[in-house]
Design a protein around this ligand. Structure first.
Ligand code: ARG
Length: 459
């Protein structure tokens, strides 16, 4: 039976029920609905709506329900209730009879669903923060293992300047740190308790909303009842934080897919995260990374979905908002498993140092060094840039790297070039000259790794 039968004389159509019911989605809020109901029982007992004994009995029944179905909330779907709130109430009535019908006094499903959803976001958010930290730690460990593995750095997917694999790892470490802080930020803003706002105007019972908020482990109560029941900013923010983080994950995945390609062959992925082809026996495909890249699309889709659903909705609650959960749940599931899989990929990844080094030695990645050499001898940089461009064309035609050209050949472009040029053209020189905060020199990367490790130890 629905929670709202009295006003109606006819039955809902089966099609409408199918369309309107949200239990197949919101059953995942079971635990939060029970926990919120326990706090609400205390709240209405404190203002004399129910007796202390009735409160004890209600809470015992709710706790019993929690243990009965808590471990497998998906069994709830078999039940025909309209939504998770109706389900919990019906089960409660089945357990304690008419007493169960008293619990909803002063509460609406509007403040109830807002509370459940925030509680869910808070708890999932904590687990996502842990997963982000694990991934962060995995990358720092990989940076340490491969601190001095040389590989080409790219712009426009053209070999640009040599960098180390450790330096590459630390680039993503920075991104995941921003993701952590963005998520923390969103969770802090979501940390206000909606319960006690009723349907839209506030509950008519003089409950202490501060006390209720702290009973549910919220930092504070919300401050305006109209806003409270119609606010889904926390859903938007979680989807947005997830989208940005998935953007980072997908960029890392794409880099690694390329590094793992036959063409680059800078890294090898472990058998744990790759799969074979049903036809081509030689293939070892980077499926885990491709799926991370692929799932990013649906996460963005859900962000667009919730933004569009909320656009231009009048105050206060509208049923449109029931559409908030499916996308959010999918976002959190996708982000969560991608974080786990990304950490697994990194833990089993090895760098093929000779191939990565030899790629860094090709492609004229030391051209900037030659320009800097000319600058050090007094030539203005813009002119040096032009001269080196000509040297590169010459070297390409001669099918040689710059360092294989003789001094005489180099002197055709700038007559003051001497033998001392060759030491500047080595990979080691290219790397070591970038000894500035944020640069790829070994000293800088090692110091950055130490700083990240100290940060990890201090939580
Ligand atoms: N299933 C609903 C939702 O998720 C619960 C709130 C229903 N409120 C209402 N006034 N019909 O939004």
């Amino acid at each position: 039976m629905a929670l709202w039968g009295g006003r109606f004389q006819g039955e809902s159509s089966a099609l409408f029920k199918l369309f309107n019911d949200s239990l197949p989605v919101d059953y995942r809020l079971f635990e939060q609905d029970v926990v919120g109901s326990i706090a609400w029982a205390d709240a209405i007992a404190s203002v004399g709506v129910i007796t202390a004994q009735e409160c004890t009995d209600l809470k015992a029944a709710l706790n019993e329900l929690l243990t009965e179905v808590g471990e497998q909330p998906e069994q709830i779907i078999q039940h025909g209730a309209e939504d998770i709130h109706s389900y919990v109430e019906q089960q409660l009535i089945a357990k304690v009879g008419d007493l169960g019908k008293k619990l909803h006094t002063g509460r609406s499903r509007n403040d109830q669903v807002a509370t459940d959803l925030k509680l869910w976001c808070k708890s999932e958010g904590e687990s996502l923060l842990t997963k982000l930290s694990t991934l962060h730690a995995e990358l720092v460990a990989l940076a340490e293992r491969e601190v001095d593995a040389v590989m080409p750095g790219y712009t426009h997917l053209q070999r640009a300047q040599p960098v180390t694999f450790g330096h590459w790892c630390l680039a993503y470490v920075e991104m995941y740190e921003r993701d952590i802080s963005r998520l923390q930020d969103a969770l802090n803003r979501a940390d206000s308790c909606p319960l006690g706002c009723g349907a839209l105007a506030g509950t008519a019972y003089p409950i202490d909303r501060h006390q209720l908020a702290s009973a549910l482990n919220f930092a504070r109560p919300t401050l305006n009842s109209l806003d409270t029941v119609s606010d889904r900013d926390h859903v938007v923010e979680l989807c947005s934080a997830a989208s940005i983080s998935m953007m980072h994950l997908s960029r890392m995945a794409e880099d690694l897919i390329f590094f793992n390609s036959g063409e680059a062959n800078f890294i090898s992925l472990s058998d744990e995260v790759t799969s074979g082809s049903s036809l081509m026996p030689q293939k070892k495909n980077p499926d885990a990374l491709e799926l991370i890249r692929g799932k990013t699309g649906r996460v963005y889709g859900s962000l667009m979905g919730i933004l569009t659903t909320m656009k231009a909705l009048p105050l206060a609650y509208n049923k449109d908002m029931q559409e908030d959960k499916e996308g959010l749940f999918d976002v959190v599931d996708s982000w969560s498993i991608c974080l786990d899989v990304a950490a697994l990929v990194l833990s089993g990844l090895s760098v093929n140092r000779p191939q990565a080094l030899s790629a860094a030695q090709q492609g004229y990645a030391n051209a900037t060094e030659l320009a800097d050499y000319l600058v050090a001898k007094g030539m203005p940089f813009r002119e040096a840039h032009h001269v080196v461009g000509e040297v590169v064309v010459f070297a390409i035609n001669a099918q040689k790297p710059i360092e294989a050209l003789s001094v005489e050949q180099l002197q055709q472009f700038a007559n003051f070039i001497g033998d001392d040029v060759y030491k500047d053209l080595t990979i080691e020189a290219c790397l070591e000259k970038r000894d500035v905060l944020g640069g790829t020199a070994l000293k800088q990367v090692s110091a950055a790794i130490e700083a990240k490790k100290a940060q990890l130890n201090h939580g």
